[in-house]
Design a protein around this ligand. Structure first.
Ligand SMILES: Cc1cc2nc3c(=O)[nH]c(=O)nc-3n(C[C@H](O)[C@H](O)[C@H](O)COP(=O)(O)OP(=O)(O)OC[C@H]3O[C@@H](n4cnc5c(N)ncnc54)[C@H](O)[C@@H]3O)c2cc1C
Ligand code: FES
Length: 315
């Protein structure tokens, strides 16, 4: 396995490129693929929530790269794992690579998810391929805990500190990596639009049930007929700041998580999915308006994100 690297610094990650070799491409069904790449430099540098910008081999050399989240990285083996869905020309072409093919990667790029404080209860919320970076995050969090004590979703000391995945999709075929999360000991709570697996409805349904059970003195309230998640009662305990939410998926889902985190007063980190061109902050093709105190500013999702804290994104 060899890699050619060219480095220069960039905000929000590294512009290093690496010629990775395809180790395997697995069909996960319903247009989803898992791609394992021999990419020692990217595997060594990657942090959860970062992405690589992939030049798709079968496309014209002038074609734009496609951003894909790092689903896992094994620095010792030099292996980077990506999970992607075939949605168009680029991802369809990426799904034709074969073992031994070379794939040009740029990155890892972007800021990534901050790791939670020790002992925090971690709530992961993913839609479709949005679970990919959450898997890497869960593994890193568990690796950092003594004795991998996050197993069974509990930390074994005070019943908190576990990792819970709320995962949604149209049908059960859109719920990815469930066995991989369970193998880590993550508590998995699925939801599907058609009810083919887990709760019938949006991913926020099992999340709201969980939060209501956990709230101890807080209640789930409704605003204009829409559930907005747990609200702290006037005389209730202040919110448990040891709960941290991480979300990756479509914008309406991220917005719903943002609203719930603000209502709870819990920390939350949201990873925006945005069409990207350069991937390194140069083309301004991925801008997003965010709050900066009482003002607003425009940032680049690729270089200033893709992860933003709760309350920052102007929806
Ligand atoms: C930071 C980041 C991480 C990502 N991680 C993953 C991942 O782990 N796995 C994965 O499958 N995909 C991921 N994506 C999305 C992926 O980059 C796009 O699906 C891909 O670029 C589409 O390329 P295409 O040529 O196949 O489709 P195109 O032919 O370019 O587009 C096909 C359709 O998909 C839509 N589309 C294209 N890009 C996006 C996008 N970013 N978000 C929503 N809709 C889009 C287009 O509007 C069009 O309707 C990520 C995107 C970002 C920004
Ligand atoms: S994709 Fe070019 S600035 Fe973000």
């Amino acid at each position: 396995m060899s890699a050619d690297s060219i480095s220069s610094s960039a905000s929000g990650g590294s512009r290093s490129t690496e010629l990775a070799s395809v180790l395997s491409l697995d069909d996960l069904g319903a247009g989803y693929r898992r791609l394992r790449l021999g990419a020692p430099a990217a595997a060594a540098a990657a942090a959860p929530g970062q992405f690589v910008h992939v030049r798709v081999p079968a496309l014209d050399a002038s074609a734009m790269r496609r951003p894909v989240s790092v689903c896992d990285a094994d620095p010792a083996a030099g292996v980077l794992t990506l999970v992607f869905k075939i949605v168009g020309r680029g991802t369809a072409a990426l799904a034709t690579v074969r073992e031994g093919d070379r794939v040009d990667l740029m990155g890892p790029l972007g800021n990534g998810f901050p790791l939670p404080p020790a002992g925090a209860e971690v709530l992961l919320v993913g839609g479709g391929y949005g679970v990919a970076p959450l898997y890497f995050l869960a593994r890193k969090v568990l690796d950092g805990r003594d004795g991998r004590d996050g197993r069974d979703g509990l930390d074994g000391r005070d019943g908190r500190g576990g990792i819970h995945l709320f995962v949604g999709g149209r049908t059960k075929e859109d719920l990815l990596l469930l066995d991989d999360f369970r193998a880590l000991g993550v508590d998995v709570r699925p939801a599907t639009d058609d009810g083919s697996l887990g709760t019938k409805g949006l991913v926020t349904a099992p999340l709201d049930t969980f939060l209501a059970e956990r709230s101890h003195g807080r209640t789930v309230t409704r605003s204009h007929g829409h559930a907005v998640g747990p609200r702290i009662r006037r005389n209730a305990e202040p919110c448990d700041r040891r709960t941290v939410l991480y979300a990756c998926g479509p914008a309406p889902m991220l917005r719903a998580i943002d609203e719930r985190a603000q209502a709870l007063g819990a920390d939350a980190w949201l990873s925006l999915d945005r069409r990207m061109l350069c991937g390194v902050g140069a083309c301004l093709g991925c801008t997003q308006v965010v709050r900066d105190g009482d003002a607003t500013e425009t940032v680049r999702v690729c270089a200033d994100g893709p992860v933003f804290p709760r309350g920052r994104i102007v929806w």
